[in-house]
Design a protein around this ligand. Structure first.
Ligand code: ADP
Ligand code: MG
Length: 473
């Protein structure tokens, strides 16, 4: 058995190994703040700043820590965590009431996190705290036209606005294709809550923005705590476009903890996504299962009558007089996307005012034709993959396979390159759709193709040919 003073040495030995394995950034963020406390027989106790910190270590580094600790202390090594005692009045992340610390049965580690956790306390000045909810006043319920396509989602939204956090719709998961009103409806709920309960803290945030904030918070000491703490104060959190979290595990993990904290505290969560929870790829199972706790509500493509109503409403808001035949013409031609309906109206208005043209059906035709043809130019990742496979005459399975054959690797890299250039999809999402690669692999493929195009004339010709074909369809 080792003497008790050895705890420092044991931990230093562990750090020595860990430092060589993980990135300096991760080491600094997750291991520098740990303080070894004691070693009793085979149990090492380490102090971590917060319970989130503990959970992050458990989720991301536990295999590594357990390996190095067993090397130091033998196969029955155990680790206990102690969460730092927090001084009264300083910001703290604490586990919410009834929070159960997960045990990891595959690792013989016991957890001692509960002991030093203070009672949740009220943060001084919280009541006066002003957080800009980041809401656009135009996205109100009064501007949101009801139709068969959105009736359920809208009703759920109104219900939540009356009683945030206390309905069956928590989280409310709004999903549907682009341009069908997810952002508008989610914001409308936020606006309505603010009107009825001005003291409630409402926050709208886009998933990409959340991700950037999280990354920024990780690199500055103590900022991660501020970040988590900030989000734990929110009463109604609206997270838009959660599909953007695909493949971003760190961000998902942080959001998972915020989600749990808020949900357990009876706070309202509203999420939007371009896909239903079952169809979301690249998101952790535990996060997806939480999304299904509440009500998934779909926004569908509007039917003709709703499209007419939306157009009339927008025209009215813009102070435009429209003949019925013009409205009907646009509603007939643009059927899948409300954003495009609006786009058509806006160009119509612009043309009419700047060129002093009357708003006639002819003008509407001219404008909608242009819009419809540009809308068709959006190219999808699967179209790109198909075009690449056709061009090189390889099977469409091989491009998403793990094959290391040279021509397949090259085709795959070209598909990733074109996906990055021709679509708005993130690197992570491109990777997932090409056989579950990570964003770094996609970036590497992109750079490789750029290099090859500069040095190899034939290669460049291939890529250009495929791109031309895609744009011609
Ligand atoms: P999404 O977030 O689903 O891509 P948005 O919420 O941004 O779509 O909606 C696209 C545009 O369509 C917005 O300008 C929004 O105001 C408008 N819109 C969507 N649904 C409706 C509706 N039911 N009534 C009125 N306008 C709508
Ligand atoms: Mg949106």
């Amino acid at each position: 058995m080792r003497p008790i003073e050895n705890y420092q040495q044991v931990w230093n030995n562990c750090l020595h190994v860990i430092r060589d394995i993980i990135s300096p950034q991760s080491f600094k963020t997750w291991f520098d703040p740990i303080i070894p406390l004691q070693l009793k027989e085979n149990v090492l106790t380490i102090e971590v700043p917060t319970s989130f910190f503990y959970e992050y270590l458990e989720a991301n580094f536990i295999d590594l820590i357990s390996k190095v600790l067993r090397k130091e202390l033998g196969s029955n090594a155990q680790l206990e965590y102690s969460v730092r005692i927090v001084k009264e009045g300083s910001p703290v992340v604490y586990p919410p009431k009834g929070h159960v610390l997960p045990k990891n049965p595959s690792v013989p580690f016991s957890i001692d996190a509960g002991k030093n956790i203070p009672n949740p306390f009220v943060i001084p000045g919280l009541k006066q705290l002003q957080i800009d909810p980041q809401l656009n006043p135009e996205y109100s319920f009064s501007n949101f036209v009801e139709g068969d396509c959105n009736r359920l989602a809208r009703a759920a939204g109104l219900n939540i606005a009356e009683n945030p956090g206390r309905t069956a719709f928590n989280p409310l998961f709004l999903y549907g294709a682009s341009g069908l009103g997810k952002t508008h409806l989610a914001q409308a709920i936020g606006i309505a809550v603010k009107e009825k309960f001005p003291d409630k803290i409402v926050l709208y945030v886009n998933a990409n923005r959340f991700q950037t904030q999280f990354i920024d918070a990780q690199v500055v000491k103590n900022k991660l705590n501020d970040f988590l703490h900030f989000y734990q104060m929110i009463d109604v959190l609206i997270l838009d476009d959660v599909q953007e979290f695909a493949g971003k595990e760190g961000t998902q993990n942080a959001f998972f903890h915020i989600f749990n904290y808020l949900h357990q505290s009876g706070k309202q969560l509203i999420l939007t996504s371009d896909k239903a929870p079952v169809d979301l790829q690249g998101l952790e199972h535990r996060l997806l299962s939480r999304f299904k706790w509440g009500l998934p509500a779909e926004l569908q493509t509007p039917d003709y009558a709703t499209r007419i109503a939306i157009l009339k409403n927008k025209a009215y808001l813009d102070g435009m007089q429209l003949e019925d035949n013009v409205v009907e013409y646009i509603a007939d031609r643009i059927s899948t996307n409300i954003r495009e309906l609006e786009g058509a109206l806006r160009s119509l208005l612009a043309q009419a005012t700047f060129n002093k043209k009357a708003i006639t059906q002819d003008l509407a035709e001219e404008i909608t034709e242009k819009l419809v043809s540009t809308a068709q130019q959006e190219i999808s990742i699967s179209e790109i993959q198909k075009a690449v496979c056709t061009y090189f005459d390889i099977s469409s399975e091989s491009i998403i396979s793990k094959s290391r054959k040279r021509e397949i690797v090259q085709a795959r890299q070209i598909a990733m390159y074109l996906s990055r250039n021709l679509t708005k999809e993130s690197l992570a999402s491109i990777g997932i759709q090409i056989g579950g690669k990570d964003h770094a692999t996609v970036l590497h493929a992109y750079n490789t193709v750029c290099d090859l195009m500069e040095t190899d004339r034939h290669f460049k010709q291939y890529v250009n040919d495929i791109e031309k074909r895609l744009k011609a369809t």
